[in-house]
Design a protein around this ligand. Structure first.
Ligand code: SF4
Ligand SMILES: [Zn+2]
Length: 129
C-alpha cells in the first residue's frame, strides 16, 4: 500500500532519531516519539523547562513509556484515546489528557509529520477484546 511506503520515508526525514529508540516495533517507537514530544511541549510551556523535563513530567514520561512498552495490543495498538482497555491509572490518565489537550494542536506546527500520522492512527478501529 502506498501509505505504508510514504509514512516510513517521511519519518526517516523528519525523525531520524527513531532508529535509536528501544521499542522493538517501529509503530510503537513512533507513538512513543509523539507522546514524548507532547510531554516536552507541555512541560516546556508550563514548567519553564528546556531540554530536561521537570520531575512531575518526568514521572509521567516514565510511566507512559512502561505502559506503551507493555501494551497488550502490540502492533495492532489503537491510540490510547480509542482504547477499550485503558491501562493507565485514573490520575495518570487525567494527567496525560491534560498534556494532550494542550500539546495536540501545537504539534501541528512543531511536529507536523508525527501529528499527521497520529491523526491517521486515531482512525484505526479499536481491536476487539
Ligand atoms: S491505554 Fe490501551 S492502547 Fe494505550 S497503552 Fe494502555 S492498553 Fe495500550
Ligand atoms: Zn513539567
Amino acid at each position: 500500500m502506498l501509505v505504508g511506503k510514504i509514512i516510513p520515508a517521511l519519518l526517516a526525514v523528519a525523525v531520524p532519531e527513531l532508529k535509536a529508540i528501544h521499542f522493538a516495533n517501529r509503530r510503537l517507537a513512533r507513538e512513543w516519539k509523539t507522546l514524548e514530544a507532547m510531554i516536552r511541549c507541555y512541560c516546556h510551556d508550563h514548567h519553564d523547562t528546556s531540554d530536561a523535563l521537570c520531575p512531575e513530567c518526568q514521572q509521567l514520561h516514565d510511566y507512559a513509556a512502561v505502559r506503551l512498552e507493555r501494551c497488550r495490543f502490540g502492533v495492532g495498538k489503537p491510540t490510547c484515546a480509542n482504547c477499550p482497555v485503558h491501562c493507565y491509572q485514573k490520575a495518570r490518565r487525567e494527567q496525560v489528557k491534560v498534556v494532550m489537550r494542550y500539546a495536540g494542536p501545537r504539534m501541528l506546527w512543531r511536529h507536523p509529520v508525527l501529528s499527521l500520522i497520529h491523526w491517521l492512527d486515531g482512525r484505526r478501529r479499536a481491536p476487539e477484546i
